[in-house]
Design a protein around this ligand. Structure first.
Ligand SMILES: [Zn+2]
Ligand SMILES: [Zn+2]
Length: 195
């Protein structure tokens, strides 16, 4: 049976980067390549990085992608709306519904605009890497380009469709699960009252 390994790497600005790999083939994806890239490369040693993907274009989540690519290889990816918003380029511009293979697994791309126009979540098996769209007990820090209403719609229409037991790996702070956030996260207070 295919086995997934998930390693969290704490980067500058308290950003969580995740090195996700297929234990058998040693193929990996890196999610949120902040800085320093060397620290990510260290954690990924012995792995073949296929993709270097950013959940969104804020510098803490993407600033190390080109350095990491030159040290360790891999194809970089970001949603086109954030490439535009933050003037970033990448090897591949992600769109909703994309599927990227690594080892025996695949990354499904969900476009979840709101925190930024090009925020995405990455779903791998029953794990979701959610960037700043949702954190344990809250959401990512609002920035000038944040559209809170759009973010709530993304959460309701994209994330809440996933299985309740889905594990969530946010861009900051501890991991959690969809059912735990549904029960405890204040952002769902109003939605639950209406349900
Ligand atoms: Zn952010
Ligand atoms: Zn962030």
């Amino acid at each position: 049976m295919a086995k997934l390994s998930i390693v969290k790497v704490k980067l500058d600005r308290e950003v969580n980067c995740y090195v996700v790999s297929d234990a058998r083939s040693k193929e990996a994806v890196v999610i949120d390549p902040g800085m320093p890239a060397e620290k990510i490369a260290e954690q990924a040693s012995g792995l073949t990085i296929k993709y270097i993907l950013a959940t969104h274009g804020h510098p803490g989540h993407v600033g190390g992608k080109d350095d990491l690519k030159s040290i360790a290889g891999g194809e970089t990816g970001i949603h086109s709306a954030d490439a535009k918003q933050f003037l970033r380029s990448a090897d591949r511009y992600l769109i909703d519904g994309d599927e990227l293979d690594f080892g025996e697994f695949k990354v499904e791309v969900l476009h979840t605009p709101g925190h930024t126009p090009g925020s995405v979540c990455f779903v791998i098996a029953n794990h979701a890497f959610v960037g700043d769209t949702i954190l344990a007990g809250g959401i990512g820090r609002q920035m000038p380009e944040t559209d809170l209403r759009r973010q709530m719609i993304s959460i309701q229409t994209k994330l809440l469709r996933l299985a309740p037991a889905t594990a969530l790996y946010p861009g900051h702070g501890p991991a959690t699960s969809l059912e735990r956030e549904w029960a405890q996260n204040p952002i769902f207070g109003g939605a639950r009252a209406r349900a």
